[in-house]
Design a protein around this ligand. Structure first.
Ligand SMILES: C[S@@+](CC[C@H](N)C(=O)[O-])C[C@H]1O[C@@H](n2cnc3c(N)ncnc32)[C@H](O)[C@@H]1O
Length: 274
């Protein structure tokens, strides 16, 4: 089992936590990443939702996007395992004038507190790839929904992630493998999604699939590499020097217009039958 850094963020140094906060917030402003989020938010009838919870909310990027939507007037809860993220999320929401629209709390996605009537919508955004027990998460989310309620799980199929230029394929593969070990407990979990949803009594209603690719030059995956490098260094068979060499090659490839980064992303929307 991978030692996923997202399962123990509160134990990290303050500077590392801040770097992760910055990355999560950056992703919220990236037009392609934001469009993938907005595509599933458009598909789940937020206007009719009275009670919504985002589990594993991080710094609250998705919760704030929901709270900003004029059609959404319901109650919005957002929880995360990491205390430092929940505190940052509350600050960001306050700064945007959304402080009284979102109830943030520290909480484990695998133990969702029940709410009277059940939730209309449960959302997990780039969460299930990181949790210790993905099946338990789907079971908990299913139990928290009202009949007819919806579960939305959006994530990367990180086994499809490519950040490299192929100049040293062996080094690319070693760094990718260390990155999965350090920061992605379940890189193939989306491939089990139809089975998990069925096993926990949910009906798969819609899948939105996306390829996010940067060919030639880019910012998103180079940024991912820059931010992950200190987390990956020293993991498995990848000493710091190798990570530095890999990163230098990537920066140069980007500067020369010959870089390549890509990953498949999926939003799975499932319903709890009436
Ligand atoms: C990649 S971050 C995504 C954060 C946020 N959803 C976003 O997309 O900006 C993964 C999040 O999962 C949280 N996490 C990991 N295990 C969790 C669990 N069992 N319950 C709740 N949150 C968890 C981490 O604290 C972190 O905020």
């Amino acid at each position: 089992m991978a030692d996923d850094v997202f399962q123990r963020v509160d134990e990290l140094e303050e500077a590392t936590i801040q770097r992760i906060i910055d990355r999560l917030e950056y992703r919220g402003t990236d037009p392609v990443f934001a469009a993938m989020r907005d595509a599933y938010l458009d598909a789940i009838d937020l206007a009719a939702a009275d009670r919504v919870i985002e589990i594993g909310c991080g710094t609250g990027v998705v919760a704030r996007a929901i709270a900003r939507r004029p059609e959404f007037t319901g109650e919005l809860h957002a929880t995360d395992l990491t205390k430092a993220f929940v505190e940052a999320a509350a600050r960001f929401a306050e700064a945007e004038g959304l402080g009284d629209r979102i109830n943030f709390a520290v909480g484990d996605a695998n133990r969702i507190d029940p709410i009277d009537g059940g939730y209309d919508i449960v959302i997990g955004h780039t969460l299930i790839s990181h949790v210790a027990d993905p099946d338990g998460l789907v079971a908990a989310a299913s139990a928290a929904l009202r009949s007819g309620g919806r579960l939305v799980l959006f994530d990367g199929d990180y086994a499809s992630l490519i950040v490299g230029i192929g100049a040293d394929a062996e080094l690319d593969a070693r760094v990718m493998s260390a990155a999965m070990q350090a920061a992605c407990a379940n890189p193939r979990v989306l491939r089990a999604m139809p089975r998990m949803l069925r096993d926990h009594g949910l009906e798969l209603e819609l899948v939105q699939d996306h390829v996010y690719s940067e060919v030639g030059t880019g910012e998103f995956f180079v940024g991912l590499a820059e931010y992950s490098a200190p987390i990956v260094s020293g993991v498995g068979a990848v000493p710091r020097d190798d990570v530095d060499r890999w990163l230098a090659g990537l920066r140069q490839a980007n500067a020369d217009g010959v870089y390549f980064g890509a990953c498949n992303y999926y939003a799975s929307i499932a319903t709890r039958p009436q």
